[in-house]
Design a protein around this ligand. Structure first.
Ligand code: PEP
Ligand code: MG
Length: 747
């Protein structure tokens, strides 16, 4: 272990800790600390700058600079040397500060006479809290050991801030930590607005003892915890059902857990006076700071791995598990880095909203949130570092925004918005039993999408005529093992019971792509969205498909049955799948089981190729349902899960509408029923355009039925068609502009 001025540093930490243990207000403590540090490091100046808001630092305490500047001097992120430390989260160490690029002269502090400058970030697990600075007149570069020692002190300050050591007399924090309102701008996962209090899926580990007296004991604790960590990784590695990717992640974990560098750095931190926990956190902070600067996705993933590993180690050291004993608020908004569909379902409808740092619109979690009608904001970067259990939070799913600890005015405006939406829903409820008949007399049949038993009550409330898409894979995704045929048959029967005679289009298992069953080994594919998925799996390995078809036939118990096959790319695939169904019917008949009174067999059009299938396909298929979510991604070659490209192409793009017109025409020629069940069918303007293009059945999330019906009933579809044709004639890329301007004048 290097002898890095250990005793001096440990002495300083001990003095710091003792000083913090003394009674006093936050400001007194900060003042004492700056004095202690300056004294111990033999520098003329020591100052603490803390964040006031996301990009402003404030001088909060100083030894050596003009005291009158305290709470007056403010620095923007990136401005001057202090701002540079804050922005880059890395130290600045110079013997000639005025000659440094970006040096900013602050006359009110008397700074110009100090030549040397050392500033280190005060950060806690990647969360920037401020900057700690020492300065002296003597033009000297601080040694590596001094930089290191100051970083350790900054780490302790960060921990103390977290524990509220610097709170003022009325409880306000001198730091801005976890107190100020913050707005997170992410993306929409599921529309809707909610107000509630934060419930962290993975609560933060709290370190209460950053400073330790006995480095040997701390080193031992650290080594024992790392040993335990290694064993737990080995246990995970020996699990049989690991796919290649999981194995890679665990390999990376094992590599880090065995990395001498990682352990050595933490042991050095301990030697300087930190406790084992604080040492882990210090290295974790460094990792997080690096994470922010790395663009390369592979490297980012590895740094994420290291971050996760640090969390595991912290949980071992502190004994703090997932369950902190805290009671869940009665209006919980779940905040998490990411969450799986099963976990989300376990929380169920008690959640008011969900805010994720990662996630994607097409993910299972989003599908489940949609099924549960819970507003979901994704890509709310860094919210898990900011939010504390119980914090007030507003979730604006429409805008993809979350307001954490909102100002009263924001909360009031938000409540108005919720009230307006409730009011609008009430108005829509009045339309519930009226048909979606446009002013020109054309009626469009509105159905809802579902996938869980929990969705079915919406059938009554929304006024949907039936279930246009029942995503059966959700039942498979939320289980830890493959469901049995009889279990499925009971479930499908309950769905049909709940539908009370209304049509339910059961889509057979659509797995693959992003929908990976936990108990099925996923295929290792370079591009799963275009890979072995949906009907392709069903035809190649028909065991599960056949079991599902049997379950559906048995569930019908003589009632009519509607089945549709997902992701059919050519007519022959449909013919093959249909043959499986006919075979199962034959088998059921020979077993003497009752057969469905009537069977409708359809296909989802989700790849452009199917639009050009032979006429015989259109003649055999009972109905076609356009799965616009997938179709669009293949039409525009833009991944539906990639936020960068997802919004680039408009559904109302004239080319896409022209393509859909072609599908409408082919279905009209052959008398094939046609519907649209992608998410766009639930957006009023899009729904209007689809109806004007000739779609007579739309399937959408239940909450969209009211707004879509409301708009449809106010316009003539031939007028809408004329506007679309006009925009096309003008060679517009999208008809959205023309359509929304026209709607503003008529609806
Ligand atoms: C679609 O692709 O539009 C669709 C409805 O299916 P899913 O979103 O489940 O892929
Ligand atoms: Mg699809």
């Amino acid at each position: 272990m290097p002898d890095r001025g250990e005793s001096e540093s440990r002495k300083l930490l001990r003095r710091l800790r003792d000083s913090l243990a003394l009674p006093g207000q936050g400001q007194d403590r900060l003042d004492r600390i700056t004095h202690l540090i300056a004294d111990s490091m033999q520098t003329e100046v020591c100052s603490i700058y803390l964040f006031r808001d996301a990009d402003t630092l404030e001088l909060c305490a100083t030894e050596g600079l003009n005291k009158a500047a305290v709470h007056k001097t403010r620095i923007k992120l990136g401005e001057g040397l202090v701002g540079r430390v804050a922005r880059t989260a890395t130290p600045v160490n110079t013997g000639n500060a005025p000659a440094e690029k970006g040096f900013r002269f602050m006359p009110e502090t008397g700074e110009e006479i100090y030549s040397s400058f050392l500033g280190v970030p005060i950060q806690r697990v990647g969360e920037k809290l401020g900057v700690l600075v020492v300065q002296s007149k003597e033009a000297r570069q601080y040694s590596e050991d001094e930089v290191y020692a100051l970083e350790v002190v900054a780490m302790v300050l960060a921990e103390m801030t977290e524990l509220g050591a610097f709170s003022g007399p009325t409880g306000e924090s001198l730091g801005t930590l976890h107190k100020q309102p913050i707005t997170f701008r992410g993306a929409t996962g599921q529309e809707g607005a909610a107000e509630g209090r934060v419930w962290l899926h993975e609560p933060r580990v709290v370190v209460t003892n950053p400073v330790a007296d006995d480095p040997e004991r701390e080193t031992e604790r650290l080594r024992a915890a790392v040993a335990q960590l290694r064993v737990s990784i080995d246990d995970l590695m020996s699990a049989a059902s690991l796919d290649k990717e999981q194995r890679q992640v665990l390999d990376a974990y094992r590599m880090f857990a065995n990395s001498r560098g990682w352990l050595r750095r933490m042991e050095e931190d301990i030697a300087l006076g930190l406790s084992a926990e604080a040492a882990v956190e210090k290295e974790q902070s460094t990792t997080r700071a690096r994470l922010e600067q790395v663009e390369d996705t592979y490297l980012r993933d590895r740094l994420h791995d290291l971050d996760d590993l640090s969390n595991r180690l912290l949980r071992i050291l502190t004994g703090q598990g997932q369950d902190t004993g805290a009671a869940m608020p009665d209006d919980p908004v779940l905040v998490a880095r990411n969450i799986g569909p099963g976990e989300l379902l376990e929380y169920g409808r008690k959640l008011r909203g969900v805010v994720l740092e990662e996630g994607s619109v097409g993910s299972h979690a989003a599908v489940v949130a949609r099924a549960l009608a819970i507003p979901l904001v994704i890509h709310a970067e860094r919210i898990t570092s900011e939010a504390l259990n119980g914090d007030a939070i507003l979730v604006d799913g429409d805008q993809g925004i979350a307001h954490l600890r909102p100002e009263d005015t924001v909360a009031a405006a938000f409540r108005d918005k919720i009230a307006m939406q409730t009011e609008a829903q009430k108005r829509y409820a009045d339309l519930r039993d009226l048909p979606a008949t446009a002013a020109c007399g054309t009626t469009v049949s509105l159905h809802m999408n579902a996938g869980l038993m929990a969705d079915l009550p919406s059938l009554e409330g929304s006024g949907a005529e039936g279930v246009g898409l029942f995503r059966t894979e959700l039942q498979f995704l939320v289980r830890s093992q493959m469901p049995k045929r009889d279990e499925l048959a009971r479930l499908y029967a309950r769905v049909m019971d709940a539908a009370g005679g209304r049509r339910v289009a059961f889509r057979t298992l659509d797995i693959g792509s992003d929908k990976v069953l936990p108990y099925m080994k996923p295929a290792d594919e370079p591009n799963p969205a275009m890979g072995w998925r949906a009907i392709r799996v069903g035809l190649d390995k028909p065991g599960v498909l056949r079991m599902q078809l049997q379950a559906l036939i048995r569930a019908a118990q003589g009632r009519p049955l509607t089945v549709m096959f997902p992701f059919v790319a050519q007519g022959s695939e449909f013919a093959e799948a249909r043959a499986f169904l006919l075979k199962e019917i034959h088998r059921e008949r020979s077993l003497g089981h009752p057969l469905p009174e009537r069977i409708e067999v359809g296909a989802m059009l989700e790849t452009p190729s199917l639009a050009y299938a032979p006429r015989s396909f259109f003649e055999t298929v009972d109905f076609l349902s356009v799965g616009g979510n997938d179709l669009k991604q293949f039409f525009f070659a833009a991944d539906r899960e990639n936020e960068r490209v997802r919004r680039r192409y408009d559904t109302l793009n004239t080319g896409y509408l022209r393509f859909l017109s072609g599908v409408v025409a082919r279905c009209a020629e052959t008398g094939t029923a046609l519907s649209y069940c992608g998410e766009d069918a639930g957006r009023p303007v899009e729904a209007l355009a689809l109806a004007a293009m000739g779609f007579r059945m739309l399937s959408m999330r239940p909450a969209s039925i009211g707004p879509v019906k409301h708009l449809l009933r106010r316009v003539r579809l031939d007028d809408v068609r004329a506007v679309i044709d006009g925009a096309r004639a003008d060679a517009a890329a999208s008809v959205r502009g023309a359509l929304t301007s026209w709607l503003a004048t008529v609806a």
